[in-house]
Write a protein that binds this ligand. Sequence first.
Ligand code: FES
Length: 154
Amino acid sequence: MDTEVKDIVSAVVEKWQGKEDALIMMLHEIQEKFGYIPRDVALDLSTKTGVPLARIYEVITFYHLFKTSPPGKHKIAVCMGTACYLKGAPQIVEKLKEILEVEEGQSTPDGLFQFETVRCLGCCGLAPVVMIDDKVYGKVRPDQVMDILSEYNK
Ligand code: FES
């Protein structure tokens, strides 16, 4: 790990050490800086704070917002708000998991996609809604998912 990264970790530890919810705040700040929590950074954090690495990973996995892999290039957000849920969003989620071979909150191994579910995107009339980066796809059917993803595979 380079010194610049080590310095960032030191600064984060110095800022939060001894404060309430210090570990969570440190992890938030690290994720903000790196986009996720790299393993060597978690290890360095453990060394510098004295918090066992296993405890750090317990916290990371408990709070789903923490990521352990770099964010994918394209962010896929499937709306699981009530309207979308009732119109078939769970089937879209299943299809995406099957095609991308990832669980919710993960990125694909090639780093192309990051897959998440979100609450109402504010366009319920188009339910079920999938958003990829800034583009909204409405009334999506599971059999359209592959075609939609292929637009990003080029
Ligand atoms: S519930 Fe999906 S857009 Fe509102």
